[in-house]
Every structure is written in C-alpha cells, then in structure tokens.
Design a protein around this ligand. Structure first.
Ligand code: F6P
Length: 352
C-alpha cells in the first residue's frame, strides 16, 4: 500500500510528532510505503509532484521539533480551477497513492473533502493552535501556544505594572477565542476579548478607569477575531484563491486608538503574531500528536478513508471529514471558563 503524508495550512507545534508517529506505525505494519508530500497540497498541484519516500531514519529525531519537516502552505488551493484539479488527479494516479494522510485545519479538511472527486482518498488529522476544529476538543499545538502566550502575558505584566500602563496583547485564533481565553486566564489578564463576544467600548473604559484608581495597570488579552459591537473584523490582507482568503491582525491597535482618549494611563499594544505558532511542542502536545498519528495509521490500515481523527470526551475516535469541512468550534457562550471568568471579576467586555 502506498500512503502519502502532507501537512497543510499554518504550521503548528506537534506536526513532526504526527509525521513520525504515522510513518513509524505504517512502516512497522510491514505492508506500507510512505511518501512525504512537500508543502501541503501544493506538492501535488504541479506537473512534477514534489514527494520523497519517508523511511524510519527520516522521521527519527523530529518528535520535539516545531514546524513541519514536510513544509506547508496555507494559500495553495487544488480546487481553484478544473486544470489544477485534473493535475492533482493525474499525480495521485501516477504516484499510485492509495490514500493521503492530510494533517491540517478546517481549510485542509475542506480541500481533502473536495479532492475525493478526483479519486484522492484522505484520512484527516486535525491540527491548529486555534483549537477550533469540530469534534476535536483539544488539538495538538494549542497547549504549546497557550504556554507561549501565558509566558508573554507574565512578561508584559511586569512592565505594565512598572509604567502604570494599559497593555493590550493580541493573540491569534481567527474565529475562535480558545487561545485568548485560556492564555488570558492563565496569564492573569484583567480583560479578555474573544471573537464570540462583541465588546462594548464603554465597559472596557470603565474597567480600565477603575483600575487606574487602584492597581494602576491593566492587561487586556484580545483574540485577533474580536471586534467592537457594531464594527467589522480587522482584516490584515486578503489572498485570492486561498482556502483561508482572509488574514486577520491588528485589532489590538484599533482598540488602543479607541481607548487612549478616555484614559490617563498610556495604552500600548503588542501583537504576538507567529511567535505563537513556533517553538518546540510541550510534552502534552507531543503525546497527543503521537496518539493522533497512530490513530490515523490505524484508519489507513482498516481502509477507513474519508475520516478525520477526533478527540471527544477524552476519547480518540474518528468522524467523516465531510462533517468537519467548513465548520468551526467556537467557545460556547455559557462555557464553564466564561462563567468562571465572569465570577472572578475578569471582564469579557460585555455591556452592562
Ligand atoms: O489558523 C491558524 C492561524 O495561526 C490563525 O490563528 C491565524 O489567523 C492564521 O493562522 C495566520 O496565518 P498566516 O501565517 O498566514 O499569517
């Protein structure tokens, strides 16, 4: 059996652990040849596909490494036109690929689903620091990103305290606030703003003014997809044809401009950016990624194609990729962490 492995979408700590785990499981089975596909689906879109055999030695010593040894792309779209789609179909045939293990986020799962029409069978493995893939209550990479953001918030706090400033820290997490929420709680943010809850500027002004009288500094942790009530998302750029055509970023600066005129303290913004995606995975993410890779290999060996690895109620399983494509797992408005945050006096920017 010939199995391709690719990583698509934004990179994420733990990808190499999955590549290692799925490859070793398949090699150990004895009947499989594994091919690494370069740069996500892009490696299958050209007349000369970019692939290389993955042997045991290639995937040894990569467990702890951030990024992906296969490379990735979050702009390559094999569904963009009929010619590209046909090219992918031809490459799959020429390479004799029985199935491809596609490690990626919602964009990659949508592509995997769409490519079934040219005979490409996929097994999906969810990855994202955003933790927003349906049927996956914890994606690898998230724990590492939470640690990175939490550490940054701690560093920001000491300088905020010294200068009596309002410090806004912007995190990634496009349409879901899991990263801002968990990091904000762990990093002792005073105000946490999420894509799921449009914020009320007057509430934020009030909280900051009250703190000016007492603690004299305020930490605001804001997800990049958050927005003030009645306004639209802060879009950094749009990329034509990309499965993720809208790139966010900069809402922290927008909030600073809105807030500064109302406060005595100086307001500053730090956009954490890609530092959140980089670095070595935490032990938790290494273990989870290894489990996901192993489970994906079992799906391949059972012939359970068209399915994505899941984690629900602590149990690893699988679901049809079609059920995951084009969906997102946002923070439910009555989630226990939100209830707790409100109860302990963290403002979520809600009016009233
Ligand atoms: O989906 C993962 C993610 O890190 C998002 O949180 C973020 O909006 C996006 O990728 C950034 O992508 P890029 O690397 O293209 O800026």
């Amino acid at each position: 059996m010939r199995v391709g492995v690719l990583t698509g979408g934004g990179d994420c700590p733990g990808l190499n652990a999955v590549i290692r785990s799925v490859t070793k499981s398949l090699i150990n089975h004895g009947q499989c040849e594994v091919l690494g596909i370069a740069d996500g689906f892009e490696g299958l879109m050209e007349a000369q596909p970019r692939v290389k055999p993955l042997y045991w030695d290639e995937v040894s010593g990569i467990l702890h490494m951030g990024g992906t040894v296969l490379g990735t792309s979050n702009s390559a779209n094999p569904l963009r036109d009929a010619a590209t789609l046909e090219q992918v179909g031809r490459n799959v045939q020429t390479l004799g690929l029985d199935v491809v293990v596609a490690i990626g986020g919602d964009g990659t799962m949508s592509l995997a689903h769409g490519l079934a029409q040219v005979g490409l069978q996929c097994v999906g493995v969810p990855k994202t620091i955003d933790n927003d893939i349906a049927h996956c209550e914890r994606s690898f990479g998230f724990d590492t990103a939470v640690s990175t953001v939490t550490e940054s918030l701690r560093r920001i706090e000491s300088t905020a305290n010294s200068h009596h400033r309002v410090m806004i820290v912007e995190t990634m997490g496009r349409h879901a606030g899991w990263l801002a929420l968990e990091s904000g709680i762990a990093g002792a943010a005073d105000i946490i703003l999420l894509p799921e809850i449009d914020y009320d500027l007057q509430t934020i002004i009030r909280v900051c003014q009250e703190r000016e009288q007492r603690q004299r500094y305020t930490i605001i942790c804001i997800g990049e997809g958050a927005k003030e009530s009645g306004t639209s998302l802060t879009v950094r750029e749009r990329i034509e044809y990309s499965p993720d055509p809208v790139r966010l970023g900069g809402v922290g600066h927008v909030l600073r401009e809105r807030l500064q005129p109302h406060l005595k303290s100086e307001v500053r913004t730090t956009v954490l950016g890609h530092v959140q995606r980089g670095g070595d995975p935490t032990p938790f993410d290494r273990v989870l990624a290894t489990q996901f890779g192993h489970h994906a290999a079992q799906l391949v060996l059972q012939g359970s194609y068209g399915r994505m690895v899941t984690l629900e109620r602590g149990v690893i399983g699988s679901v049809a990729i079609s059920q995951v494509a084009n969906t997102q797992r946002q923070v439910p408005l009555q989630h226990g962490l939100l209830v707790m945050a409100r109860d302990i006096g963290i403002s979520l920017g809600e009016a009233g």
